[in-house]
Each structure stands twice: as structure tokens, then as C-alpha cells.
Design a protein around this ligand. Structure first.
Ligand code: PA5
Length: 459
């Protein structure tokens, strides 16, 4: 069951000659794509880049499966504490693959508080017994302010309940050596899983970052990784005309050059809606860069936007069909839903409902997607579709690997560093300074001086 990428609606024969691309435009990028692929393979073979070979880590999959079983037995609740790349993938996995109402009936209940909204965290506290809760702290750097603060917030209550044994309800996933979590783990025998140094935060969903919560909730992580492995093989193929990661990247790159600065991802399914949040971070942080590899100022990137079909047909689609033609839209389509009972017209005296009788909700949602696709294409709005034959662990694994590799290709085409995030680091440093972290006094002074000079206009 392979994901498919349908890019018919960007080809000029279908989209028209002004907005459409020629197949030749894509083919012309193949030599550059070949070099990017060689470089990715080279970095992977030298272990400088890790995401493509994560599915080979069979031992880790077994270790996590065994560990997850023990968590399921011991705890009533699991709280995942992380942010950005340490949270979005795990959240997308849960929501795609678990029953949407899992927490009503199953155990351990799963929570992902990925923000430091005090009211939100306090509400969670009201609904868990901390002594029966595992707190999984996930931070590659080990020091991110939001993650550290959320951990400290809960540790207070853990200490009140468990005293010196508080650490027994903590699990860390972090760098193998560096960072503040490792300092804590040297003081207390806290179980630690590792994020390989050659895998960046937003590429880490298929490490312990995403696998632990998935396995604890009963998701088949072997299948997830098998899907990722199949897609890694496809995306590392030399024949780039058949390589969906390259094609996705090339199309987006060509449209960026044509001034389409927005990439909308629009799943037509609630189950996979959070894949779009995960994609937004991956695309934004990887491609939004000030300088290229030669240090020229390029200020490049494409703003990712999440939309949900059919819901946003009644909210955003008017803009997409008739507003500025500055977007490329990626639909996510589920070809076969698990539940697909036909509807009946229970109100015969309303013949206007007859057209729904005998049809399934799956047919309706997919025809609505087709209708939006037609409206966009007729208005020369470029759109492509990633088709899921079914939503299951295997196809979700394929999706993660496809988009991660596509992002690496896109960064290569843009000639930027896909794997750093200096802009995020700048914000992290300013937060530390404003919150008075040791070692950040100079930065704090600079910020305060800057704020003093700032003219204020507030109404
Ligand atoms: O992709 C990234 O590197 C970032 O978005 C990080 O995931 C995010 O800032 C959280 O960092 P950390 O896992 O180090 O706490």
C-alpha cells in the first residue's frame, strides 16, 4: 500500500500555460536533484545525517516495545512534555492512528501539553493523579525554556506526592551526552532514551521522540517504521522522475521562483489533520533562511498554512479560489476509510436529501475534495494531492519519510542549510535573557537598552 503523489493539476495542459509548469521545467532540475541526492546519501553513509536510516534501528524498536508494555501496566496517565520537533510529530501520530476518543476508555490516558499556558497546565493537573503518571520529558538540547518550565511545574507536585522517589515517574529523551537533562540523570537513576545527534528536532518523529508515546498507546511502531523504510528506499532512488520526494520539492521550488510564497496543506480527514501541523514546522524551519550556503542574503522560504477539508471549504477556500494566486496547495486524500456505511434518507418527504441516499460519508468527503480541486484548477490555482490508500501505521510512516526527504531536496534546490534553525535559537536566547538565566546578562542589557529606545504607539 503505497502513498501516491498526483501532480496532474500543476501541469500546463491541465492548469493552463500561465500558471502551469511544463514537465520539462521539472526535468531540467534533475541534474541538480541528482547531486543533492548524492550529497544526502554521502552524508548518510558518513553518519552525518541520520533521518533516512532511522528505520534500520530494529533494536531500538524492540527496546521501546518492551518498555512501553511496562508503562502501560504501571501508569494511569502519560504526559509528554516537549515543544516543536519534540511534540508535533508525536501529537500527529496519536491523532492519526488512535481512536479519537481513546482517552475516554483506555489507559494510560495520553496528554501532550506543548505550551506553557498556566491555566491549561493547571487544568491537566486536576485530571491526573501525578503519582500514577509517567512524565516523558523530550528535549534534544535539554534546555528549552518551555520544556524545562513544564517539567519543573509538574515535579513540584510529584515531590509532594512521592518525596525522594519523585524521579521514578520521570522519563527523559534527549541528546546522548549534552544538556541539562543529562545533568539531572547523573543525579538520579532516571531512564533515558537518546536522540541521535545527526537527527534534528523536526526530523526526529521516528526516534524515541515519537516512538515511545506511540508504543505506549498501542500503535504498531514496527509497521510505522516498515512504512518509513519502504519510502526511504523509494526516495533514495536515482530515477528522479519516479521519486515523489524530488517531484514534491521540485514543484514547490519552481512555484517559489514564480512568487508563490505560501504552501497550504489541506488534509481531507480529521484523523490526519495534525500531519499538517507537523509539516508546517518542518517546511518553515527548514526552508525559512536568511542566507544561502555561500552566505549571500537570500531571505528564502515558503509560508506553510494548515487547512482542513471539508471544514475550511466554508472558511478559507473562497480566498484560495479567487484571492491572490500566491499559493501551492497540497491535499491529503484518504482513498479508503475504515468505516463507510451508506446513508439513507429517513425523511422521504424531503426529496432534496435523495442524492445522499446510498452514498457514504467517504464518498461525500472525497467528492468535496474533488470539487475544491476542480474549482482551484479552473481558476489556475496549482494543487497536488498525496493519496493515502488507507490511514494506518505503515502509510503514516511513509508520509513522514516522504516529506522529510522532500524537505531535504527543497533545501538543496534552494542552496540553503536545511538542517539548522538560527532564527529559533535567537528567540530561545532572548527568552533566557529576559527570564534572567545565568550567563545571559549581557544579552539582557542589550534587549533592555533596545526596549528603552523603542517608541511606543498603543491605543
Ligand atoms: O526542529 C527543531 O530543532 C526545533 O523546533 C526544536 O524541536 C524545538 O525548538 C525544541 O527543541 P528541543 O527538543 O531541543 O527542546
Amino acid at each position: 500500500m503505497k502513498l501516491k503523489l498526483d501532480y496532474s493539476n500543476i501541469i500546463e495542459e491541465n492548469l493552463g500555460s500561465i500558471q502551469g509548469l511544463k514537465l520539462d521545467d521539472i526535468r531540467k532540475l534533475i541534474p541538480k536533484g541528482g547531486k543533492i541526492l548524492d550529497n544526502l546519501n554521502d552524508l548518510t553513509n558518513k553518519s552525518q545525517l541520520g533521518f533516512l536510516t532511522l528505520p534500520d534501528e530494529k533494536k531500538l524498536i524492540d527496546e521501546i516495545t518492551v518498555y512501553a508494555k511496562s508503562v502501560k501496566k504501571r501508569y494511569d496517565a502519560y504526559v509528554h512534555i516537549g515543544i516543536g520537533g519534540s511534540a508535533l510529530g508525536p501529537i500527529a501520530l496519536q491523532n492519526s492512528l488512535l481512536d479519537s476518543y481513546y482517552n475516554l476508555d483506555d489507559k494510560p490516558k495520553m496528554f501532550f501539553p506543548d505550551n506553557v499556558d498556566p491555566d491549561w497546565l493547571n487544568e491537566l493537573l486536576e485530571h491526573i493523579d501525578v503519582s500514577k503518571t509517567l512524565f516523558h520529558i523530550v528535549s534534544k538540547s535539554g534546555g528549552t525554556a518551555e520544556t524545562a518550565a513544564t517539567m519543573l511545574y509538574f515535579v513540584k507536585f510529584l515531590k509532594e506526592k512521592l518525596g525522594d522517589s519523585f524521579y521514578k515517574n520521570l522519563l527523559f529523551t534527549t541528546d546522548p551526552v549534552d544538556g541539562l537533562l543529562n545533568q539531572i540523570a547523573r543525579e538520579y537513576p532516571i531512564k533515558c532514551f537518546r536522540i541521535p545527534p545527526n537527527v534534528g528536532g523536526r526530523f526526529s518523529v521516528l526516534t524515541a521522540v515519537g516512538l515511545i508515546s506511540a508504543a505506549v498507546a498501542g500503535i504498531n511502531i514496527k509497521e510505522l517504521m516498515a512504512g518509513a523504510q519502504e519510502m526511504a528506499e523509494i526516495c533514495r532512488k536515482e530515477d528522479l522522475e519516479k521519486n515523489p520526494a524530488f517531484i514534491f520539492a521540485a514543484i514547490h521550488y519552481l512555484y517559489m521562483k514564480k512568487g508563490k510564497n505560501i504552501s497550504v496543506m489541506m488534509p481531507y480527514s480529521n484523523k490526519i489533520r495534525d500531519l499538517a501541523d507537523w509539516y508546517c514546522q518542518l517546511w518553515a524551519e527548514s526552508l525559512g533562511k536568511k542566507v544561502d550556503n555561500e552566505n549571500n542574503i537570500v531571505e528564502t522560504g515558503q509560508t506553510p498554512v494548515k487547512a482542513l477539508g471539508t471544514t475550511d471549504q466554508h472558511s478559507q477556500v473562497q480566498l484560495y479560489v479567487e484571492g491572490p494566486n500566491d499559493k501551492i496547495i497540497t491535499f491529503l486524500e484518504v482513498e479508503n476509510f475504515n468505516e463507510n456505511q451508506p446513508l439513507e434518507n429517513h425523511f422521504e418527504y424531503i426529496p432534496e436529501f435523495d442524492y445522499l441516499s446510498g452514498k457514504t460519508l467517504g464518498e461525500l468527503i472525497n467528492n468535496e475534495k474533488r470539487a475544491t480541486e476542480i474549482a482551484l484548477t479552473n481558476n489556475q490555482r496549482p494543487n497536488i494531492t498525496i493519496k493515502f490508500p488507507k490511514v494506518n501505521a505503515n502509510t503514516i510512516g511513509q508520509f513522514f519519510m516522504l516529506l522529510e526527504t522532500a524537505t531535504a531536496f527543497a533545501g538543496g534546490l534552494l542552496n540553503i542549510n536545511t538542517f539548522n534553525q538560527p532564527g529559533v535559537e535567537e528567540g530561545k536566547i532572548a527568552t533566557y535573557a529576559l527570564m534572567g538565566r545565568k550567563g545571559y546578562d549581557k544579552k539582557k542589557k542589550e534587549i533592555l537598552q533596545q526596549l528603552e529606545k523603542k517608541q511606543s504607539f498603543v491605543v
